[in-house]
Structures are given as structure tokens and as C-alpha cells.
Design a protein around this ligand. Structure first.
Ligand code: HPA
Length: 267
């Protein structure tokens, strides 16, 4: 938002390079709720740095978000930054805190960003719980934007068509969908879910959109993946809870890990 936020990300990037013992990184991945257990499949751990060791980062407030950056070497020798956890807008720390990791990764040399999240499915007719969905576009209903001022960023292709095609070469049957974000932390009402279906949304969650905007501002190529952890409120007759979201993540960790490892190795 202010120049200071970008300066702080530069400072954090310098600290990150020092702590990792590396000058640059090829790719960054943000592991959303449910995705943290999948991180183990991506490569061999070179270093792990607690968020609290780096300028501008906070320990995550949510159970199931790990609170550290893992530096990983993939089988083909690429270096990945894996953010085990993220800051959400609903934590009340402001929008700069939400996108600090993305700005830090960009300042550390990353050119490709993989954003993952857990999401409610808005299309139970075609989506099963435990399915990954490629994010093709988003609708930002958070009421926030990481950019302030006259920087008019084009969002025609936030989620790279090239990267989506590459993922579909690995997993041809993967569905694509539009991700809608609310601020949270409440889950949606059934009326809101009906509205989002009418608006053309396919998944709903509380993250990703602000990070992807900040990434596009920084010129990164973005890949987005949702894990459908539940049907949206009112679509199944069951109440929603965070434990269920984490449980679906644990149950699908192996499958998501294999998918991410293949994707990262081919970027
Ligand atoms: N709504 C919002 N965020 C979510 C959901 C949901 O149904 N499931 C997982 N994250």
C-alpha cells in the first residue's frame, strides 16, 4: 500500500536469502489450509525459517497453517520457497500483511507463484469433496485491494493460461473454475452461496485474490489451485467447520503432493 510495505519486503527478502544461503529462488508456493501436509512431496528440505525470524511476517493465527518458510530443492534442482501458512485479511492486520509473503518472494527473485487454498464448492453437481480445481479467474468480494494509487494493473489473465495448460498435461481431467473471495472469517450464508452461483463463481474462500493481485503487480506468473473441502453453505444440509477442512487436506495430501511436485518440476 505504502512505499514502506515494498521496502519491508525487500528487507525480508535479504534476510531470507541469508537464512537460506541462496541468492535466488525459482518458484514460491503458498500452502493454504488443507495443503500443508502436501508440502513434503515437493523436494528435499534445504532450510526452514520461522515467519517470526523475518521482518514483517507474523505467526499465523489459524490452526493448520504452519508458520514457516521451507526452502526445498526439487529433484530437477530447482529451488522452491514453500510458505507453510499465510496471513488472512480477517486477522485484521491489514492488506499489506496479507501480501507480504508474495512481495518478499518477488523481491527474492521468484518469477512463478503457486497459490493453493481450501474452498467451498459452489457446484456440487460436478465437484466432489477432495477434488483439486484449477483457478481460471477470480471475483474479489473482500472489499480490499493491495494496491493504492494510480497503478492500473491489467487483470485480464491473473491465472496464467500457460501454467494451466501445463497442469492439464499432467492431470488432463482437472476442472477449472472461478474462485470467489469474501473477507471471512464467517463462512457464507446459504443466500450468499446462491448469489455466488448466479454470479458465475465455482469455489468460495477467504484468501488468494489479494495475493494474486500483488503477484501480478510484481510481474509474477500465477498458478492457482483450490482443494474443494466442502459444499458451500446450504448446499449439503450440513453445517461447516474448520476441522472438516483440515481433515480433507490430510486425506488428500498424498494426491495433492504428487500433483504439486510434478507441476513444480516442470515450471
Ligand atoms: N467458505 C469459505 N472458505 C472456505 C470454505 C467455505 O465453504 N471451505 C474452505 N474454506
Amino acid at each position: 500500500m505504502t512505499k514502506d510495505a515494498y521496502t519491508l519486503a525487500g528487507t525480508a527478502a535479504t534476510a531470507l536469502r541469508g537464512a537460506a544461503g541462496l541468492d535466488t529462488f525459482d518458484v514460491a508456493l503458498v500452502m493454504g489450509s488443507g495443503w500443508v501436509p502436501a508440502a513434503d512431496a515437493i523436494g528435499e528440505t534445504v532450510a526452514e525459517i520461522a515467519f517470526t525470524e523475518l521482518p514483517g511476517f507474523r505467526a499465523p493465527a489459524v490452526a493448520g497453517h504452519g508458520g514457516k518458510i521451507r526452502v526445498v530443492r526439487t529433484p530437477s534442482g530447482r529451488h522452491a520457497l514453500i510458505f507453510l501458512g499465510r496471513t488472512h485479511l480477517y486477522e485484521g492486520l491489514g492488506v499489506d500483511a496479507v501480501v507480504h509473503g508474495v512481495r518478499t518472494a518477488a523481491a527474492a527473485g521468484v518469477r512463478t507463484l503457486v497459490l493453493t487454498n481450501a474452498a467451498g464448492g459452489l457446484r456440487p453437481e460436478t465437484q466432489d469433496v477432495g477434488d483439486p480445481v484449477l483457478i481460471s479467474d477470480h471475483i474479489n468480494l473482500t472489499g480490499a485491494n493491495p494496491i493504492t494509487g494510480t497503478t492500473f494493473i491489467d487483470l485480464t489473465e491473473v491465472y496464467s493460461r500457460r501454467l494451466r495448460a501445463l497442469v492439464r498435461e499432467i492431470e488432463p481431467g482437472l476442472a477449472e473454475g472461478v474462485y470467489v473471495a469474501f473477507r471471512g472469517p464467517t463462512y457464507e450464508t446459504p443466500a450468499e452461496i446462491r448469489m455466488l452461483r448466479t454470479l458465475g463463481g465455482d469455489m468460495v474462500g477467504m484468501s488468494t485474490v489479494l495475493e494474486s493481485i500483488a503477484a501480478r503487480e510484481a510481474g509474477l506468473e500465477v498458478l492457482g489451485l483450490s482443494l474443494v473441502t466442502n459444499p458451500g453453505a446450504g448446499l449439503s444440509g450440513e453445517p461447516l467447520n474448520h476441522e472438516e477442512v483440515l481433515e480433507v487436506g490430510r486425506a488428500t495430501a498424498a494426491r495433492m503432493g504428487v500433483l504439486l511436485a510434478k507441476v513444480v518440476d516442470r515450471l
